[in-house]
Write a protein that binds this ligand. Structure first.
Ligand code: PFF
Length: 447
């Protein structure tokens, strides 16, 4: 199928913003601070940045080139190279991972949406009252899901690209306002130390696994979102330049988010390890105290909801484009079908924050919540697993010659030393390191 009938990006800038829109979302502003808080602060941040550059960036190039090569969804992209055999299951893994991540991602996005109004109307509801209110959560969940469906309905240029273009650039400005205030609070410096002064003794196998998972989660890697987005790229685009901009923008946003949160956490005497509610507990308190807090807070949650939307649509787009390309479904039918399945799996996650005892403390998952289990399995394990298999597929099955040719189409200088370095990383370092992290995190090997 030609690029024209499937849709493609309107311009290079449009692609960079849409890919940044997919990447930058709750993963940077909600997930990054809380996993950093739970895993010891600065040392985790360093580990995370290492994982992004050493593993994430090379896999990003691999996914984008695979997508552009085939102009297909993850399953189609794999079948275009390996029409028979087991490799297509890697595509299915990506499609399923997208669906499951979306099921709990939508919940947090719905909270963000609710917090716009909580902040604007200065509603005193506490986080616990909020998260245990099942009808409210269901309402917000459905509203957010419908918004995502609405954008994905619009197709590539009409929906995804237009929204990303308008809204992404405002986010860092708002974060800066929050940081400036957060740093003026008494006791803020202790938070800065936690965030910037590493203590490597806190690093365990599980910490490394979570840092690696976060590198995949935040950059939308390991499930084929970037294959799908790459499939809408024209052949003359520079994959290396576009990919690098996206990753650096993401790290910048995460870094700012941590700077907004940790000084305030310590100034308020709270625990940085509060878990998924960290942002939803700390930030409203800042907004209550800071001058202009209602306006800044409302705008912040509004932008966060929009950042979540531009990411949620990429999670949704993976299964949807699979159904369109491989099952010949119409876009509208596919979008509703995936939306329905998402909702089904979203219900137990929504009940995980106190509304249901069972889903809040799963007896078979050491008392953790259903939400925690889903995020661990899909956010921290399935994405790196998918990434490892994508790197093996690209390097060993497709072959570096084909991949290099694809990448060099928009960037002739890639064929020199750059392609050699990338080749070594994607062929050996990525699979070995990710596999090693799996073994290390399960305790099979220790350092
Ligand atoms: N990168 C998104 C975020 O940080 O919020 C989440 C995400 C989107 C993960 C798309 C994976 C994905 F394929």
């Amino acid at each position: 199928m030609s690029t024209d009938t499937r849709g493609s990006w309107g311009s290079r800038f449009g692609f960079v913003l849409a890919a940044a829109g997919s990447a930058v979302g709750l993963g940077h502003i909600w997930r990054f601070p809380y996993v950093t808080g739970e895993n010891g602060g600065a040392a985790f941040v360093i580990l995370y940045i290492l994982c992004v550059f050493m593993i994430g960036v090379p896999i990003l190039f691999a996914e984008l080139s695979l997508g552009r090569h085939s102009h297909k969804n993850p399953v189609g992209a794999i079948k275009a190279i390996a029409p028979t055999g087991v490799w297509k299951y890697l595509g299915y893994l990506g499609v399923a991972t997208g669906l499951f991540i979306l099921s709990y991602y939508t919940l947090i996005a719905g909270w963000t949406f609710g917090y716009i109004f909580k902040t604007l109307f200065q509603n005193p509801i506490t986080f616990t009252e909020f998260s245990t209110n099942a009808p409210l959560n269901a309402f917000l969940y459905i509203i957010f899901l419908l918004m995502s469906i609405g954008v994905v309905y619009g197709g590539v240029q009409g929906g995804i690209e237009r929204w990303s273009k308008i809204l992404m650039p405002i986010l860092p400005v708002i974060l800066l306002f929050i940081i400036i205030y957060s740093l003026t609070l008494e006791g803020a410096m202790e938070g800065v130390r936690f965030y910037l002064r590493p203590d490597f003794s806190v690093i365990t196998g599980e910490t490394v696994m979570i840092a690696l998972g976060q590198a995949f989660f935040a950059n939308s890697l390991g499930m084929g979102a970037m294959i799908t987005y790459g499939s809408y790229l024209n052949k003359n685009e520079n994959i290396i330049a576009a990919g690098t901009i996206v990753v650096i923008f993401g790290i910048f946003i995460s870094f700012l988010a941590g700077f907004a949160i940790f000084p305030a956490v310590f100034a308020m005497g709270q625990s940085p390890a509060a878990g998924p509610e960290l942002v939803f507990v700390i930030l409203p308190t800042i907004f209550e105290l800071m001058p202009g807090g209602i306006l800044i807070g409302t705008l912040f949650f509004l932008l966060l909801a929009i950042a979540a939307l531009t990411s949620a649509i990429s999670l949704l787009e993976v299964p949807v484009s699979f159904l369109i390309d491989e099952r010949k479904m119409r876009r509208k039918v596919a979008t509703w079908l995936v939306g329905g399945i998402t909702l089904l799996f979203g219900i137990p996650s929504a009940l995980s924050f106190g509304a249901s005892d069972f889903f809040s403390n799963l007896p078979f998952w050491s008392g953790q919540s259903f939400f925690g289990m889903m995020d661990y399995i899909f956010g921290s394990i399935a994405l790196p697993l998918g990434g490892m298999l994508f790197s093996i597929f690209v390097a060993w099955r497709w072959g570096l010659i084909g991949a290099n040719k694809e990448i060099s189409l928009g960037n002739a200088s890639f064929l020199g030393i750059q392609s050699t370095v990338w080749g070594v990383i994607i062929k050996y370092i990525c699979p070995i390191v990710i596999f090693g992290v799996f073994l290390y995190s399960t305790g099979i090997i220790s350092l």
